[in-house]
Design a protein around this ligand. Structure first.
Ligand code: ATP
Ligand code: MG
Length: 446
C-alpha cells in the first residue's frame, strides 16, 4: 500500500541571535499561555500580526497563539478559557480585560470538504492541520510568521521575512484564488499597506482591481468592521486613497467614491482633511465619530455651498441637514450606530462655533462647554483649524474656558476621554416650541 504524504514547504529558521524579538517585548500573559502549553508537551507559537509587528519594532495590538492542542485540551489546561466560534473553535484565554486568542493549527478548507447549508465547514477533524498548513492558510506572507517559544527562533514557511524586509504585502499563494476565497482580504491588503507604510505587490494589485466588485458578497457585519479598520491610526489618508484607487471604495461607499471621482479639486479638501486627521492622531485619541465627520465633511461642505447659492436661512440647521444628507447612504447601508453618526453630524454642525471666542457670561457658551460632546467637537475644530478653515487663536481661548468652566472631573479636551455618556441623551436639545411637553413614547427617527 502506498501512502502519499502531502508536500510541505521546508521552513526557513532564523535563530534568536539573528532577529530582534525579545521576550521583554512580549505580553507577559501571552508568555504564560505559551509556556503552559509547552509544559504540557504541546507545540505553541506566537503567530500572526504580533510576530510581524515585533520584527518591525512596533508594539503589537494583540498577541495570538497557535498550538497543536485541540480546543477541548486547551480548555482543560486553562481555567480562564472560553471556547468561541462556530466555524472554527477558538480558545479565548482571559486575563482581566485582556484576551489571548489561542487557536489550534488548521489548514484551509479543501474543495472536497463538506460544507453545511450555511457554507460552513463543521467537521472538526478536517480543519485541523500542521504548523506548515496553518502558515499557508493565512492571508499575507508577512502575517504568516511564527515565533517558537522553545527555541526563540522565527519559523518562516511562506517567505514572510523577505517581504518584511522589502516592505511588501503579498498574498500567500495565488492572489486571484485567495481574494475569491475571501474578498475581505483585499481590504486587509490596503489596511496593512497603509498601516505599515508598505507597497502591495503588483500581482496582488492586479487581482484586487479585478476582483474588487466581489467585495459586495461579503457580509455587512464584516464590511462594517473592515470599514472601521480602514481608519488606520495615522494613515487614514493613504488607506482611503488606496481603497479609492483600487476600486474597493466604489463597492464599500459608492456615493463617497463617486463624489471623489467627480468633484474635481473639491476632493483635495478630503485628502487634506484626512492628512490633518493623521497628524492629529499622533498625539490625540481619534474617535470613530471624528473620523466619520472628516471623511464626509468636505462632501457636506459642497452640499452647503450649493445651497448657499440658492436659499437663505438658518445656517446651523442647513449644516446639520447637509451633514445628515452626506452620511445617510452609509448610515443606511451599514446600520451605523446612531451615537456615532449623530456625533459626526454634530461635529460638522458645530464647527463654526469655534470661529468666535467663547463668552463665559453667556449661558449658551457655558452649556456648550459642559456638554459631553464638547471634547469631540473641539477635536474636530482642531483638525479643521489645522486646515486653515478656522482661526486657531479662538481655539486656545475655548480650551482655557473649558478648563475653567467645563465639568469639574474632566481634563482638558484631548487629554483624557470623558466617560461615555448615555447616547440617547447626547443630542443638543433645541428648545421645544410648546414648552415642556410630555416626552413622546416613540424614539425620534433619524
Ligand atoms: P492587527 O495588528 O491589525 O490586528 P493582524 O495581522 O493581527 O493585524 P488580525 O485580524 O488580528 O490581523 O488577524 C490575525 C491573523 O490571522 C493575521 O495576521 C492572519 O495571519 C490571520 N488572518 C486574519 N484574517 C484572515 C483572513 N481573512 N484570511 C486569512 N488569514 C487571516
Ligand atoms: Mg491582531
Amino acid at each position: 500500500m502506498f501512502f502519499f504524504k502531502r508536500k510541505h514547504p521546508k521552513p526557513t529558521i532564523i535563530p534568536r541571535e539573528e532577529h530582534i524579538i525579545s521576550r521583554k517585548n512580549i505580553d507577559e500573559d501571552a508568555l504564560k499561555v505559551l509556556y503552559r502549553l509547552v509544559d504540557r508537551n504541546h507545540e505553541a507559537y506566537l503567530v500572526g500580526g504580533s510576530v510581524r509587528d515585533l520584527l518591525l519594532g512596533r508594539a503589537p495590538k494583540d498577541f495570538d497563539v497557535g498550538t497543536d492542542a485541540r480546543p477541548n485540551e486547551i480548555r482543560r489546561i486553562f481555567r480562564n478559557c472560553f471556547l468561541v466560534g462556530r466555524r472554527f473553535r477558538l480558545a479565548h484565554i482571559v486575563f482581566g480585560k485582556k484576551v489571548i486568542e489561542t487557536a489550534t493549527f488548521r489548514r484551509a478548507p479543501q474543495p472536497t470538504d463538506v460544507a453545511d447549508e450555511h457554507g460552513l465547514y463543521q467537521t472538526e477533524d478536517n480543519t485541523f492541520g500542521t504548523p506548515a498548513e496553518d502558515a499557508l492558510r493565512r492571508d499575507f506572507t508577512v502575517n504568516g510568521l511564527f515565533y517558537d517559544i522553545k527555541t526563540f527562533a522565527i519559523i518562516d514557511y511562506v517567505g514572510g521575512l523577505k517581504d518584511l524586509k522589502a516592505k511588501l504585502i503579498r498574498s500567500i499563494g495565488d492572489p486571484a484564488i485567495r481574494f475569491q476565497e475571501d474578498p475581505v482580504r483585499m481590504m486587509r491588503a490596503v489596511r496593512f499597506a497603509a498601516k505599515l507604510g508598505f507597497e502591495i505587490c503588483a500581482n496582488d494589485v492586479k487581482a484586487i482591481r479585478k476582483y474588487a466588485p466581489t467585495l459586495a458578497n461579503a457580509s455587512v457585519s464584516r464590511l462594517c468592521e473592515e470599514i472601521q479598520r480602514l481608519f488606520v491610526r495615522g494613515a487614514t489618508e493613504r488607506s482611503i486613497r488606496l481603497a479609492h484607487d483600487y476600486g474597493l471604495l466604489a463597492v464599500l461607499l459608492p456615493e463617497l467614491d463617486a463624489w471623489i471621482s467627480t468633484s474635481g479639486t473639491n476632493a483635495n479638501a478630503l485628502w487634506r482633511a484626512l492628512g490633518a486627521l493623521d497628524r492629529f492622531a499622533a498625539d490625540h485619541e481619534v474617535s470613530p465619530a471624528l473620523s466619520l465627520a472628516l471623511l464626509y465633511g468636505p462632501m457636506a461642505a459642497e452640499l452647503m455651498g450649493k445651497r448657499a447659492s440658492g436659499k437663505r436661512g438658518n445656517e446651523r440647521f442647513a449644516r446639520r441637514q447637509a451633514a445628515e444628507k452626506a452620511l445617510a447612504p452609509a448610515v443606511k447601508q451599514y446600520r451605523l450606530p446612531r451615537a456615532v453618526w449623530m456625533t459626526a453630524a454634530d461635529i460638522f454642525e458645530l464647527a463654526p462655533r469655534f470661529s468666535q471666542p467663547p463668552c463665559e457670561e453667556v449661558t449658551r457658551d457655558v452649556r456648550f462647554l459642559n456638554h459631553p460632546l464638547f471634547p469631540e467637537c473641539f477635536a474636530g475644530a482642531q483638525v479643521i483649524a489645522a486646515l486653515g478653515l478656522l482661526p486657531t487663536d479662538h481655539l486656545s481661548a475655548w480650551e482655557a474656558a473649558y478648563r475653567r468652566n467645563g465639568p469639574p472631573a474632566r481634563q482638558a479636551p484631548g487629554e483624557e476621554a470623558p466617560p461615555a455618556p448615555n447616547p440617547h441623551r447626547r443630542r443638543f436639545r433645541r428648545r421645544r416650541r410648546g414648552g415642556n411637553r410630555k416626552p413622546s413614547a416613540q424614539p425620534a427617527e433619524a
